[in-house]
Design a protein around this ligand. Structure first.
Ligand SMILES: [Zn+2]
Length: 347
């Protein structure tokens, strides 16, 4: 896998609703191994292999990340925010952030306010961003209301093939789907493959709806991150015993297609890819829920990357889990044709 590209994706701000810069990078990366590329009105990018094939496999990895939007610039030049997605505002007190204004990154810090440090429930509205401006006029020369804001972080390599970064949710999934498609293309896959880096998962889910409605796929694999049970104060009784570095996670959910899960499990055994299983009795809180309910219904599987500290600026993923997901999905793509039977019941 191309770790330079993963690094580049992780360093590109892509707050929900403002994903254009990251999508440009996806387009440039997938161009050499796509037969066709497509964009749509909501901002999705689709990289397509074998568009003429009747067997159409949609891959979805969302390209957006959680963050904030500037709502107001105070007289003193400080900025106020609203949440874009499920941020945990208390984690941002005293943190470096960046405001993305017309493609440029404007550095700032979230003011350290004694009252917030004592507060039990810090809301996005309580945070104040200091960009060093001394007046509203000066601030407005560099930022505008509506600008997206996210943590200003780098990618750090930890011990044991672990990396820590902002927005591994879900840039790791977007990375996995384009790498799986690249590998399937190198091995001359015959199935139609539609790698969709979807927008807006963290806020509205609209990207996955647009992508699946356009492609009308035979089936879809969604790649997102999932909770682990190997950090303090987590419990394997919640969704299963999920550990960082123990392999990609398959999902037992009412929305996941059982024959697709069985195919993935067989391929994992055949190629000796360790996998883990998580439980989601109803929906999955991912693009899978949306894709599943488009058109006449779409059979879906969910492949997740184990992630520590989800929705923080110090998320941790393991590179072996990414590699396992890429290998498993590329083998699934190579195995698929029109004869696959999606029904869990035989007539
Ligand atoms: Zn998320």
């Amino acid at each position: 896998m191309n770790l330079d590209f993963l690094n580049e994706l992780l360093l590109t701000p892509s707050v929900s609703g403002h994903e254009e810069a990251a999508q440009q990078k996806i387009l440039a990366y997938t161009k050499p191994f796509s037969h066709r590329q497509q964009c749509d009105a909501t901002g999705n990018v689709l990289s397509i292999l074998n568009p003429e094939s009747p067997c159409k496999v949609l891959l979805c990895g969302h390209i957006d990340e959680i963050g904030f939007i500037v709502t107001h610039v105070q007289e003193n030049g400080m900025l106020r925010l609203a949440a874009a997605g499920g941020v945990r505002p208390a984690l941002y007190i005293g943190a470096p952030v960046q405001i993305v204004h017309e493609g440029n990154s404007v550095p700032g810090v979230v003011a350290v306010m004694p009252s917030l440090l004592k507060s039990e429930a810090v809301k996005a509205k309580d945070l104040v961003v200091d960009i060093g401006a001394s007046s509203r006029e000066e601030a407005l020369q560099h930022v505008a209301i509506g600008d997206p804001v996210c943590a200003d972080t780098t990618v750090r390599k930890l011990l044991g093939e672990n990396i820590s970064a902002r927005a591994l949710d879900d840039r790791s999934g977007a990375f996995v789907i384009v790498e799986a498609m690249r590998r399937a293309a190198e091995k001359k896959a015959a199935a139609g493959i539609y790698a969709a880096t979807t927008v807006g998962e963290e806020t509205t889910g609209r990207g996955a709806y647009y992508a699946a409605s356009q492609v009308k796929p035979s089936c879809a694999i969604i790649v997102d991150v999932t909770w682990v049970s190997d950090t303090p104060e987590t419990d394997p009784a919640d969704t299963g015993d999920i550990r960082l570095g123990a392999g990609p996670v398959l999902c037992l959910s009412s929305i996941v297609n059982k024959p697709m899960n069985r195919r993935l499990q067989k391929l994992a055994e055949k190629y000796q890819i360790p996998v883990q299983w998580e439980i989601a009795p109803g929906g999955t809180s991912s693009d899978a829920d949306t894709v599943n309910k488009t058109g006449i219904g779409v059979p879906v599987a969910l492949v997740s990357i184990p992630l520590r500290y989800m929705h923080s600026s110090v998320e941790i993923a393991n590179l072996r889990d990414l590699e396992g997901a890429i290998q498993l999905i590329s083998e699934f793509l190579l195995s698929m044709d029109e004869s696959f039977s999606y029904s869990p019941i035989s007539v």
